[in-house]
Design a protein around this ligand. Structure first.
Ligand code: 6GU
Length: 232
């Protein structure tokens, strides 16, 4: 998979993309992540990427030209296959495990990080093919949201994680939160590991874990039970 990210602060990605799973996925050439500075596609002396909003009001708006030109220049370099052009914005559809799975099946993603009061509406209307938000709160820019998407998507690319089972047992994959996990020591500060986990009875253990996942989800995230089309 190839992922191009278009943003104003490319350096923000350096450390997060050079650690852990994403670092390994890049080294194994399972993903190629290219960061672009939108400012490199401005033409004026001051490399202006933003401007005042028409009609007045507070803040600045990202100009359309450098964003269109950055995306078009990159599209030309790469074989003209299907690419999802995703604008990161608090106005987008809410990111979820299901959307991560959907995006993981693409061979090429382009992520545009919004900033300031917003992005010129023509980017929304005529360039982006999708708009995504990572939650109902305001970030000062789309870069952290792009990191969240990349992390959630890259770990789903076949071969990136060690075992497929660690993919399937996670919170949200099956519409439930994950069951509680324990490791050694067996008793820590007087708090014991549930005895069923020491029993060696795999059927019992699976049943206990499923029950825990259900009761935990009901208690902490009752909304997950009432998602459309969901049944337990
Ligand atoms: Cl994608 N961008 C910004 N600026 N704020 C957000 C967001 C995105 N998702 C949630 N809040």
């Amino acid at each position: 998979m190839r992922i191009d990210i278009f943003c104003l602060f490319p350096e923000m990605f350096v450390s997060p993309f050079n650690q852990s799973i994403i670092k390994r996925a890049k080294e194994q050439e399972l993903v190629d992540i290219v960061i672009h500075n939108i400012r490199d596609h401005t033409h004026d002396k001051h490399h202006t990427a933003d401007d005042y909003p028409y009609g007045g009001g507070p803040g600045m708006v990202l100009k359309p030209e450098p964003i269109f030109e950055a995306i078009e220049a990159t599209k030309q370099q790469i074989n003209p296959g299907k690419v999802a052009i995703i604008l990161l914005t608090p106005q987008g559809r809410l990111f979820s495990q299901q959307i991560a799975q959907e995006l993981a099946s693409h061979s090429h993603l382009m992520l545009i990080c919004g900033h300031y009061e917003g992005v010129d509406e023509r980017v929304h209307e005529h360039l982006a093919t999708d708009e995504i938000s990572i939650g109902d709160y305001v970030l000062s820019g789309g870069e952290p949201a792009a990191m969240v998407l990349v992390d959630a998507i890259v770990r789903l690319i076949p071969g990136v994680l060690g075992s497929q089972t660690s993919l399937n047992n996670n919170s949200h994959t099956g519409g439930l939160l994950e069951y509680p996990q324990y490791t050694r020591p067996q008793i820590y500060r007087g708090w014991p590991v549930p005895s069923v986990l020491l029993s060696g009875n795999h059927e019992e253990i699976a049943r206990w874990r499923h029950q825990e996942a259900i009761s935990r989800t009901a208690k902490r995230r009752p909304d997950l039970f009432f998602e459309e089309g969901k049944s337990l």
